[in-house]
Design a protein around this ligand. Structure first.
Ligand code: PGA
Length: 254
């Protein structure tokens, strides 16, 4: 049985004070449902606030994640943050290959793959994002794009390492636009991702892999997205910045 996984991606939002307030609100609001052990909840604040949010979550089952990292462990990489640093401040998860990293900051599939390897080696659990652009969907290229991103992102990631990995399907046209994929559109691609994982690995791994949906998920659409057989959770952007909304989404998964 796959355990539902709800993660909040705060992106470049909040300040030191509001990040701590939000973390506490989420920890309190999710305490009962997460304690029951049926699902995983994580928040991914801006890197600068990871330590403060980690402290705010200290007695809570809500896990901490980062939004990005560099693939080298230490060295002359001005402005970058390593997997070891993320571990140091209490991160369990790290989002990798988010569409904004791919399309705004030009991250390549090769670079994202290096990050996946570095994260797993450091004991972090990567959330590997994949998703097509609007034009790619219109051109009927969705499956080809997703397949390529999975092949690139998971290159040389063996079966034994895959237990660490969550996949997030985030169609770029649905991110921050208010235009959510329909539950059917999400299900179709999630089933395709599972089929691709079966081809890359085996059936039991594909059945166990957790696949989140992301892109304008909110309290109003969470339940019907989560009802889909291959949707195992949500990666929530905008709606994760409001404590009550994020808690309502977690409740929908609980
Ligand atoms: P959104 O963002 O929920 O604001 O669309 C999702 C994401 O980018 O992870």
């Amino acid at each position: 049985m796959r355990k539902a996984f709800i993660a909040g991606n705060w992106k470049m939002n909040t300040n030191l004070h509001s990040a701590v307030v939000l973390a506490k609100e989420i920890a309190e609001g999710c305490a009962d449902v997460v304690h029951e052990g049926g699902l995983t909840v994580a928040v991914c604040p801006p890197a600068l606030y990871l330590s403060a949010v980690s402290a705010a979550l200290s007695s809570s089952p809500v896990a901490l994640g980062a939004q990005n990292m560099h693939f080298e462990t230490t060295g002359a990489f001005t402005g970058e943050i390593s997997s070891a640093m993320l571990k140091d401040v209490g991160c369990t998860y790290v989002i990798l290959g988010h569409s904004e990293r791919r399309h705004v900051f030009g991250e390549s599939g090769t670079m994202i793959n290096k990050k996946v390897h570095a994260a797993i080696s450091a004991g972090l659990l990567p959330i590997l994002c994949v998703g097509e652009l609007a034009g790619q969907r219109e051109a009927g290229e969705t499956e080809a794009v997703i397949e390529r991103q999975l092949h690139e992102g998971l290159s040389q990631v063996g079966v034994e390492k895959m237990a660490a990995v969550t996949i997030a399907y985030e169609p770029c046209w649905a991110i921050g636009t208010g235009e959510t994929a329909t539950p059917q559109q999400a299900q179709e691609v999630h089933a395709f991702i599972r089929k691709t994982l079966e081809g890359l690995y085996d059936r039991s791994l594909a059945q166990e892999a957790r696949i989140q949906y992301g892109g304008s998920a909110n309290p109003g659409n969470a339940a019907e997205l989560l009802e889909q057989p291959d949707v195992d959770g949500l990666l929530v952007g905008g709606a994760s910045l409001k404590g009550a909304d994020f808690v309502a989404i977690v409740d929908a998964a609980g």
